[in-house]
Write a protein that binds this ligand. Structure first.
Ligand code: BT5
Length: 324
């Protein structure tokens, strides 16, 4: 969002203000204040006149809606529809120069070509939070999985803050515990969110990293593959996506500021540790009990032949021995 526009929103969040007082405080003309207020109204902000009073912030639908909830200086690029926010973030990364802000996030209501790992397709109907965060971490390429963990921790924290029981499945999923029919007691966990981290790097340093987050927010599960659910379906009402997106961004920034603590927090949110698992890697299938996760995000599985440390793969949670 334009800096003056963001400053006006911030000022109105403190309380009502007159046009001249806003103009004085921001050192701009009254005409400029009026123009910015009109633009904010067009973006869905409800603002009363004389004095100006912020009545409501839009649920989604603009960079301004998300930025109004943010403390950290992210630059948001919002799209009603786009092929893939990850593809767009990669494009921004390739074009970046020294003037590009350090925290950029591409957000869309709908994706027409959303992608998962191994180029799988990712269902991205209107109503989701399809979000890609572009960063320039000063880390070796081998640390990239830590950012996937950080993104899943951020989503889990944000989703739990609105009262939904979420847990992480290694390596890149956030699940709704008990899916959307917890009352039956035996409902399986369902996928709420998937993460796709992409990087470009030199031998010893990541050049840029895109953390792509697909969160089924206000989406009807009939539009999603089997085994998936959405926040709206669990809560039986839509969630405030702008506020939730901002929470994810804040939590991701906090997690990546302190990457050394991410593993610890990840373990506390993990649905995988302690589960019987079947992990399919590019070359083999490993079955056993997941007993831990180690730097930089590898899963440790206890098998009949001993302990295995797995760096990448698809993980399936099996019923534990003793479960029906
Ligand atoms: C993922 O891949 O889970 C990573 C998904 C990342 C999507 C985000 S959205 C914003 C950004 N822009 C993009 O283009 N991508 C990122 P993977 O672990 O490979 O899981 C893919 C599998 O999840 C698919 O093969 C389906 O089985 C299932 N799936 C597809 N769409 C889904 C959805 N909306 N919700 C839950 N599961 C889904």
């Amino acid at each position: 969002m334009n800096d003056t526009r963001a400053a006006i929103v911030e000022l109105l969040q403190e309380g009502p203000a007159t046009g001249p007082s806003i103009a004085d405080r921001l050192d701009v003309s009254r005409a400029a204040v009026w123009k910015h207020l009109e633009a904010l109204r067009e973006a869905g902000f409800e603002i009363e006149t004389d004095p100006y009073r912020l009545v409501s912030i839009p649920e989604f639908g603009s960079a301004a809606a998300i930025e109004a909830h943010l403390q950290r200086p992210y630059r948001i690029e919002y799209h009603d529809t786009i092929e893939s926010t990850n593809a767009r973030a990669r494009e921004l990364a390739d074009r970046a120069d020294e003037t590009t802000p350090r925290g950029v996030a591409v957000v869309a209501d709908e994706q027409t070509g959303g992608r998962g790992r191994l180029d799988r397709s990712w269902a991205s109907p209107s109503g989701g939070i399809w979000l890609s965060i572009l960063t320039w971490p000063d880390r070796p390429p081998s640390h990239a999985p830590l950012f996937t963990l950080a993104a899943s921790v951020a989503v889990t924290r944000a989703v739990r803050s609105i009262g939904i029981e979420a847990a992480i499945k290694w390596p890149n999923d956030v699940l709704a515990v008990g899916g959307d029919s917890r009352e039956t007691g035996d409902a399986p966990d369902r996928k709420l969110c998937g993460i796709l981290t992409e990087t470009r790097g030199e031998a010893d340093r990541i050049e840029w990293l895109v953390a792509g987050i697909g969160l089924n927010a206000n989406v009807d599960p009939v539009e999603l593959p089997d085994g998936a659910t959405s926040l709206q379906s669990i809560r039986s009402e839509p969630v405030d996506r702008a506020a939730l997106t901002a929470r994810i961004l804040e939590a991701f920034a906090a997690a990546t500021d302190d990457l050394e603590s991410v593993l610890e927090e990840w373990r506390t949110y993990s649905a995988t540790i302690g589960s019987r698992v079947r992990v399919t890697t590019a070359t083999e299938t490993i079955e056993g009990t997941a007993i831990g996760v180690t730097h930089p995000g590898a899963l440790v599985v206890e098998t009949d032949e001993g302990e295995r440390t797995i760096h990448a793969g698809d993980c399936e949670h099996l019923r534990s021995a003793g479960q029906p």
